[in-house]
Design a protein around this ligand. Structure first.
Ligand code: AHR
Length: 537
């Protein structure tokens, strides 16, 4: 399990500070012809970038579950026990580490017992948060666990604190994890699953300050303690080192309301007793320029591109703010900051149900995803888990489906290109790239991370935010001699280029040519691109 603390926080702070310094000090833009010197110091390693930072979120919302993951065993769409085969194949390739389910706001109105047992005998309910549609409960606990097994991911289950009871949540965990013949264990076995499931992560409510029950911090904390105490994991395999990690509701934005929330939960954590414990604090932060007038996800121009990227870079400040509060109460960094809802949130596509949060996914979103993943990497000492919202057909998704059709989004390809960074060891990267300006917005022109994967291979990622200027980079490596390099770039003709069912390859990674001479690597980085290179030593 990788939510353990790391003693490399000082170095991570140094990395974060260095990035800000590089971004802030350089105000003169390097011209397109200038070679940018980028150096990687492999002698200084930071905290491990946990694979869980590349986690996903699947809520009962619109066509995220129904149509996206679940089509039912009788569907003509090829499936395994009701779960789409095309989606499973695509998700296996990006090595999804964990999936947060069943919500979101949905979680605090979810009653798990409706979602087990024979098809046709399940409770049929409503989904008041998301369009008021019928919730057939055909996809429930056993289907979720089957989906996880098919794609090779771990379970992050959010229990209902808002409208449920500690008893209901405790019984759900008993159903999922008990190995002894209790009533719920026998019910699970009768449903075809004699072996206990592993629940790696438990979310104690969702946005309890809003859709999860409009609670004050103190009220939430008293509820959270009760759930932490009584919602137990009985799986014998999870009693020792591989214990279920409990994640408390944390902040949902910038400002005193949210810092007060973090202060309160962290203070409670500092004073916790043997009878209850938490291991992570959730944080939600969507990239939205104006909630009242959300941007369009397609057919936009450079101004909206620059505004969204500027907005998304606030993730760094938000993490730094809440990490600093966590440091006060937890200097050993035992608690993880879990950014379990993040991504771009646009206006619903015209003609779609507004409650289904359907949006397109463009090259802009790929760049936005890379910038956020790099921010998480620079805060790896505290951010040890993150879940982009949401996996299929909802918000900034990996995959879009329409009946039997499926297309992989530009964001999907970023997650695919970043697979080598899962559980990698980051190194310090320094460069002086200048700025990109448009209208009254000025942003760092380039972003980059470098890390060694589990096999010892060195990887470099470079994001070029500038939509017009390419960047020529000369990479020097302290501590190793480069012998060769291979890499790929994700770019497209326009910032709003998208993949469609008819043209699925507009935004897909393409191999790039690299040059290594005298141990120095030279790279030509396309405008508006995400590039990942592996460096042979
Ligand atoms: O991801 C969509 C919604 O955004 C989630 O249900 C909720 O937690 C958040 O407000």
């Amino acid at each position: 399990m990788t939510l353990t603390s790391h003693n490399k926080s000082a170095f991570s702070h140094f990395l974060a500070a260095l990035f800000i310094l590089v971004s802030a000090v350089v105000t003169v833009r390097a011209s397109a012809e200038d070679k940018i010197e980028l150096s990687i110091d492999t002698t200084q390693a930071g905290a491990t970038i946990s694979h869980n930072v590349f986690g996903q979120f699947a809520e009962h919302l619109g066509h995220g579950i129904y149509g996206g993951i679940w089509v039912g065993p009788d569907s003509k769409i090829p499936n395994t026990r009701g779960i789409r085969n095309d989606v499973v194949t695509a998700l296996r390739a990006i090595r999804v580490p964990d999936i947060r389910w069943p919500g979101g706001c949905f979680a605090d109105e979810y009653h798990w017992h409706n979602g087990i047992g024979p098809a046709g005998k399940r409770g049929v309910t409503l989904n008041p948060n998301w369009g008021g549609v019928i919730e057939p409960n055909s996809f429930g606990t056993d289907e979720f666990m089957d989906f996880l097994r098919q794609i090779g991911a771990e379970a992050y289950v959010s229990v209902n604190i808002g409208s449920g009871t500690p008893r209901e949540a405790a019984e759900w965990l008993e159903y999922m994890t008990a190995a002894k013949p209790t009533t719920f264990e026998k019910e699970r076995a009768a449903n075809g699953h004699p072996a206990p499931y592993k629940v790696a992560f438990l979310g104690l409510g969702n946005e309890s300050w809003d859709c999860g029950g409009n609670m004050t911090p103190d009220y939430y904390i008293s509820q959270m303690k009760i759930y932490s105490r009584f919602v137990r994991n009985y799986n014998p395999a999870q009693q020792d080192k591989d214990q279920m990690l409990k994640i408390a509701v944390g902040p949902g934005g910038d400002g005193p309301r949210w810092t007060d929330w973090t202060e309160a939960v962290m203070k409670a954590y500092q004073q916790h007793t043997w009878s209850w414990d938490i291991n992570g604090l959730s944080m939600h932060n969507y990239t939205v320029v104006n909630w009242a007038h959300k941007f369009a996800s397609e057919g936009f121009g450079e101004t909206e591109y620059a505004q969204m990227l500027k907005e998304t870079l606030n993730m760094d400040k938000l993490i730094a703010t809440h990490s600093a509060i966590m440091d006060k109460y937890d200097p050993e960094k035992k608690m993880a900051l879990v950014v379990d809802e993040w991504g771009a949130w646009y206006a619903a596509l015209p003609g779609s149900n507004p409650g289904f949060l359907v949006q397109q996914n463009s090259l802009r979103d790929a760049i936005l995803a890379a910038l956020n993943l790099n921010i998480f990497a620079r805060h790896a000492d505290r951010v040890r888990m993150a879940n982009i919202a949401q996996i299929i057909n909802v918000l900034q998704s990996m995959i879009l489906t329409d009946g039997s059709k499926m297309v992989l989004t530009p964001t999907y390809y970023v997650f695919e290109m970043y697979v080598p960074f899962q559980d990698s060891t980051p190194f310090s990267v320094t460069f002086d790239a200048g700025t990109y300006s448009h209208d009254n917005i000025t942003l760092p022109r380039l972003d980059a991370i470098a890390a060694k994967d589990k096999t010892g291979k060195l990887w470099l990622e470079v994001t070029n935010v500038d939509p017009k200027e390419a960047a020529d980079i000369e990479v020097t490596l302290a501590g190793i001699t480069a012998k060769g390099a291979t890499g790929e770039t994700l770019t497209a003709p326009k910032v709003d280029s998208i993949n469609t069912f008819d043209a699925p390859n507009t935004v897909t990674p393409k191999a790039i040519s690299t040059k290594v001479e005298d141990g120095k690597l030279t790279l030509h980085i396309e405008p508006k691109s995400v590039t990942v290179v592996s460096i042979e030593q």
